[in-house]
Design a protein around this ligand. Structure first.
Ligand code: ZN
Length: 305
């Protein structure tokens, strides 16, 4: 097979990884409950069609299942999250639940794995190098993130929910996504961030540059903007989220210990203004661009009226 054909196949898989179609004329007999049916699964007991006596193939299959090699497996979900992240997330948040391992569970498991990997491979001097914050509360928080990176990263990327919700409201795909959908988008994204975090721990902290790239790649597939449209919205979203996070950190610092309010007033105001302005600017520009496009399409359909 030549490269072009392979690429085409890969593209098709990216858009739609699962084929649930079946032959309507093919009747199956369920060995489990003795029911006759049409389709991929028995409607009475949900056993898969075509299951027969245990064979050598079943030996292989059931051994592979331990490691999660079947359809809804952890590994296949991770594989999809790397190679078709936006489409995969889009499938899930729009109700195609059978395509993925339960995402929050996946995040927690990946978090546990990451702790174990850290424990085995990390040099002991790095773990002691925790940033000393002024505030004991923040100190505790960062220690908690380090101890349970799954929940930790999720709590950090939750700052992305509102900016994403606003800036991508008028996107061509997943238009006006809801906040619960936004939450699950960030659950999937934090799994990616967690993987990047592991790579950074393992190789070099330069790997953190992959975090914005992951977001840009996934959002491009998820919301369907072109290259530049995706780039500027992505950057605004990242700036706005980062500002909200810094804002939350500074306010926590103020409320617990650290400098007086007067010292930090200007800084906090700057963060708040920058966070809000970049978010609202992204949203309003996207809105007017979407309106403009709509008008243009309408005039194309009925040029006489
Ligand atoms: Zn059955």
């Amino acid at each position: 097979m030549n490269i072009k054909k392979r690429y085409k196949q890969y593209k098709a898989w990216q858009l739609n990884a699962f084929d649930w179609s079946y032959d309507e004329n093919e009747h199956h007999y369920c060995v489990n409950c003795e029911n006759e049916f049409v389709g991929n699964h028995c409607p009475h007991c949900s056993q898969k069609a075509g299951m027969g006596k245990v064979s050598w193939k079943s030996v292989l299959q059931s051994s592979a299942e331990v490691w999660g090699m079947h359809n809804r497996s952890l590994l296949y979900s991770l594989w999809q999250l790397i190679w078709r992240p936006g489409y995969f997330i889009s499938d899930y948040i729009n109700g195609k639940r059978q395509v993925s391992f339960p995402p929050v569970k996946m995040l927690v498991i990946m978090g546990v794995i990451s702790v174990v990997v850290d424990y085995i491979f990390k040099a002991p001097d790095i773990t002691e190098e925790v940033i000393k914050e002024d505030s004991p509360l923040l100190d505790q928080y960062f220690q908690w993130v380090e101890a349970s990176p799954g929940w930790g990263w999720l709590s950090i990327v939750c700052f992305f929910i509102i900016p994403t919700f606003c800036i991508y409201r008028y996107a061509p795909c997943n238009t006006k996504h809801s906040l619960p959908q936004g939450f699950f988008i960030q659950v999937f994204m934090s799994i990616q961030v967690l993987i990047v975090d592991d790579l950074a721990d393992f190789f070099s902290s330069y790997f953190y540059i992959m975090v914005p790239l992951c977001y840009l790649y996934a959002y491009r597939q998820l919301f369907g903007y072109g290259f530049w449209g995706n780039l500027w919205r992505g950057l605004l979203m990242l700036i706005s989220s980062a500002m909200f996070a810094i804002l939350a950190i500074s306010i926590t610092e103020l409320l617990t210990t650290g400098p007086s309010f007067a010292d930090r007033f200007l800084f906090i105001m700057c963060c708040a203004v920058l966070a809000t302005v970049s978010m609202l600017a992204g949203m309003l520009i996207s809105k007017s661009l979407a309106r403009l496009k709509e008008k243009r399409e309408k005039s194309k359909i009925s040029p006489t009226s």
